[in-house]
Design a protein around this ligand. Structure first.
Ligand SMILES: [Zn+2]
Ligand SMILES: [Zn+2]
Length: 191
C-alpha cells in the first residue's frame, strides 16, 4: 500500500545502508516496485468496470463480466437437436428434452436464456512432447537432453500414426456459439 524506499547494505570499511536507486517496496506485501507510484498502488483494492472488487488475480474483469462477455460475443445459432451445455449447472445434456427436464416444475424465467451447443470432438491422442518432457525431467539438467535421444523423429511418427487411429469422441461446449430454447407448450411451472 504505502511505498517505502528500499535500502541496501553497501559493504566496505564502514558498511552502511543506502537507498537503492530505482527500488521501492509495498509496505503491506513487501513486493518490490520500480517506482514509488507502483509501490503505492500495490495491494490497493482493484475494481471491475461493473464496480465489483477484484481478487488479487491478473484479470481486469470479474467472473460475471467475463461470462457476460462470452455470451455477448457468441453467435446465435439454430438449435440442431444435439448436445447442449448449461453453464448455470455446468452440465452437458444430450438434447434439449434432457436439459429441460432439469428445470421441470420451475418457472420458465428460471431456465437460462442461452446454452452452448456441444459438438462431438475427436480426441487428439497422446501428446508425446509432454510425455517426453515429463519422463526426462530428472535427466535433463542442461536442457539439451533431447539431442542425445536416438531416433526421436521415429517416436513422433509412430505416435502420430497411433493417434490417427483413435476414434474416441467427446462432447465439448462451443463457447463461440449460443442457442436459445423455446418454451415447450406443455411446460408446467408448479407441482
Ligand atoms: Zn503489496
Ligand atoms: Zn464485473
Amino acid at each position: 500500500m504505502d511505498a517505502q524506499k528500499l535500502y541496501v547494505l553497501v559493504p566496505g570499511d564502514s558498511p552502511e545502508y543506502k537507498p537503492a536507486k530505482n527500488f521501492w517496496f509495498c509496505s503491506t506485501c513487501k513486493r518490490l516496485a520500480s517506482s514509488e507510484e507502483a509501490g503505492n498502488k500495490c495491494c490497493q483494492p482493484r475494481f471491475c468496470g461493473c464496480g465489483v472488487q477484484l481478487e488479487q488475480t491478473p484479470f481486469t474483469v470479474c467472473g460475471d463480466c467475463q461470462d457476460k462477455n462470452v455470451w455477448e460475443k457468441a453467435v446465435e445459432v439454430e438449435y440442431d437437436g444435439g448436445a447442449l451445455y448449461d453453464s448455470q449447472s455446468g452440465k452437458i445434456h444430450y438434447n434439449d428434452e434432457d436439459l429441460l427436464a432439469e428445470y421441470d416444475g420451475r418457472p420458465w424465467d428460471e431456465v437460462p436464456e442461452w446454452f452452448h451447443p456441444c459438438p462431438a470432438v475427436k480426441w487428439a491422442g497422446v501428446n508425446i512432447s509432454d510425455c517426453l518432457e515429463n519422463s526426462m525431467q530428472e535427466f535433463d539438467d542442461e536442457g539439451d537432453c533431447e539431442k542425445q535421444i536416438v531416433d526421436i523423429d521415429g517416436l513422433f511418427t509412430l505416435v502420430e500414426e497411433w493417434n490417427q487411429k483413435q476414434t474416441l469422441m467427446m462432447l465439448e461446449p462451443d463457447h463461440k456459439q449460443k442457442v436459445k430454447l423455446s418454451k415447450p407448450d406443455d411446460w408446467h411451472e408448479g407441482p
